[in-house]
Design a protein around this ligand. Structure first.
Ligand code: 8IG
Length: 276
């Protein structure tokens, strides 16, 4: 096992690494710039085909910064998809989670790379636990705001970034034009990888949270720093621990995800189709 330094290890400039990754994507896809980027979280994987015509699919391992030089397993793919009206969408099927322990630079590299490809809007999707009792497994919801409980940040040094309207009200409006029934909630990012205890879920509820997850908050901060408009969707795959009277059934979670797949894929494609 070799331990070559990762391109994102200190003291590298993470934005420089993202620019290199963006030029890798331009070279490998033949698409010079992208307009919109979307990260597909658990349950959202089949949306890509509905967005438009896939121009190129590349393994994330071919793009600078997405994995160690010494291969560390499957990291997913990046796709360039062209919408019917000719916009270029970067579909990111490779997510590094904070709980993997490689540091927050690696977590937000895909978002910084998306910005470096030219994307003006960043759509972040995930599978998550729901706290609102009116929600059921298989329901997609909009993220209205977030609480970052990781204790970490992608911002380095005295980088003060405004987080008002982090999840763009304008883009949430576009999503509601597609599906007026979409509810929304505050996303709480826990470090994970363990799920919350019922007491932790009650804490999240008490401080104003409605969704519990392990991915999106750090990415959203980096997207805002990069100047992108952010839209977030959670697929509620389970009620958070202690919210449902019955314990979590993995089979039910999987079933809810499968049942929701067609609907949420179409939802995402329609929203991307309307974004300007
Ligand atoms: I799927 O209940 C999924 N991801 N933190 N809590 C957290 N992450 C999740 C959950 C959950 N369900």
């Amino acid at each position: 096992m070799t331990h070559e330094p990762h391109p994102l290890d200190h003291p590298a400039d993470p934005f420089e690494v993202a620019r290199t990754a963006a030029s890798d994507i331009a070279r490998l896809t033949g698409v010079e710039r992208h307009d919109v980027a979307v990260t597909l979280g658990s349950g959202w994987g089949r949306a890509a085909e509905l967005i438009g015509e896939t121009v190129a699919t590349i393994p994330a391992t071919e793009v600078t910064g997405f994995s160690r030089p010494a291969l560390e397993g499957h990291v997913g793919t990046l796709r360039s998809v062209t919408t019917p009206d000719g916009r270029h969408v970067l579909v990111i099927g490779a997510r590094t989670h904070y709980y993997e322990g490689h540091g927050v630079r690696r977590v937000v590299h895909s978002v910084r790379t998306a910005a470096a490809t030219g994307a003006k809007q960043m759509i972040l999707t995930n599978g998550a636990g729901g706290i609102k009792e009116s929600w059921s497994p298989g329901q997609p919801v909009l993220i209205s705001d977030q609480i970052n409980l990781t204790g970490d940040s992608p911002l380095e040094g005295a980088t003060f970034i405004d987080m008002t309207d982090l999840y763009s009200a304008r883009l949430r409006e576009v999503a509601r034009e597609v599906d007026a029934s979409l509810d929304e909630g505050v996303y709480c990012q826990f470090r994970g990888p363990q799920y919350e205890t019922p007491a932790e879920v009650q804490m999240a509820k008490a401080i104003g949270g409605h969704i519990v997850g392990m991915s999106t908050a750090l990415e959203a901060i980096a997207a805002r720093q990069a100047g992108m408009e952010v839209l977030g969707f959670s697929l509620i795959t389970n009620l958070a621990a202690g919210i449902s009277p019955t314990p979590l059934s993995h089979a039910e979670v999987i079933e809810a995800g499968k049942a929701a797949e067609a609907r949420i894929s179409q939802l995402l494609a329609d929203v991307i189709g309307r974004i300007r």
